[in-house]
Design a protein around this ligand. Structure first.
Ligand SMILES: Nc1ncnc2c1ncn2[C@@H]1O[C@H](COP(=O)(O)OP(=O)(O)OP(=O)(O)O)[C@@H](O)[C@H]1O
Ligand SMILES: [Mg+2]
Length: 239
């Protein structure tokens, strides 16, 4: 569904992503693991059209994504859940979710309402707090809201940037359950993580990014068996 080939991204005079090639097949969960500053967010921002690559190709459903506006990419079904559970703190939970559907036509109103119900079904706490400010949610709840908001755009491919970061162990477990549930519902997911345990629990294949380059890839199930290699530059063990 997503193919990234020989991607190179620069900030000014620095090459941050070097010759990166990977693939996310339809209905799979693929993990992109790497330590702080490895270039994970830069890759996601490039996929979302927020940064322009210096070289390489990005292909979605066989279409080369080049010079597309971020909104066009969202409409094509690729939607990012930004790092740091970025939500609009002074707006209600409901309004945050509604904004996720902003690229959809008004005629979609009924479907949008149904999708919000589905988000509430997946994350009941958001339903309970629907009229409260996003700022009043806990970190884990805000992460759920950020995911819910991305779901409101009806993605087929979800780009998740460190959804487990900064969450309590209990919340991390809930996050794993949520990712599995999305996968069972047919979502394709590119999961950026530093937490090897989370990636091992949900991903079919994991790519390891070091200093802007893919060092190796491994089946997700085997990640948990070789934590020694990974612990040297990644945080965490089993979640
Ligand atoms: N706007 C920018 N201008 C210049 N350099 C940047 C910019 N944003 C990020 N970088 C640098 O690019 C590199 C990759 O950063 P990126 O944010 O993609 O890493 P990351 O893997 O997402 O890290 P983290 O796990 O901390 O979120 C880092 O060296 C970072 O300092
Ligand atoms: Mg990042």
């Amino acid at each position: 569904m997503l193919k990234v080939e020989h991607l190179s991204v620069w900030y000014d005079v620095t090459e941050v992503i070097r010759d990166v090639t990977f693939e996310v097949p339809e209905n799979d969960v693929v993990a992109l693991l790497g330590g702080n500053g490895a270039g994970k967010t830069t890759i996601l921002n490039t996929l979302s059209g927020l940064l322009a690559p210096r070289a390489g190709t990005i292909t979605v459903d066989g279409n080369v994504v080049k010079g597309w506006h971020p909104q066009t990419i969202v409409k094509a079904g690729m939607v990012q859940v930004p790092q740091g559970r970025f939500v609009w703190p002074g707006m209600s939970v409901e309004d945050n979710l509604a904004l996720g559907a902003i690229t959809r036509p008004r005629s979609d109103r009924e479907a949008i309402a149904a999708d919000m119900d589905e988000v509430f079904d997946m994350f009941p706490v958001l339903k309970e707090r629907r009229r409260g400010f996003a700022a009043s949610l806990s970190g884990g709840e805000q992460q759920m809201l950020a995911i819910g908001r991305a779901l409101m755009a009806r993605p087929r491919l979800l780009l998740m940037d460190e959804p487990s970061h900064g969450l309590s162990p209990l919340m991390v477990r809930q996050m794993v359950v949520a990712i599995r549930r999305l996968h069972e519902r047919g979502m394709t997911i590119l999961l950026v993580e530093q937490n090897v345990g989370v990636a091992a629990a949900v991903s079919k294949l994991a790519y390891v990014l070091v200093n802007g380059e893919i060092e190796f890839s491994t089946p997700g199930a085997e990640l948990a068996d070789n934590p020694d290699i990974l612990r040297s530059y990644l945080g965490g063990g089993r979640y």
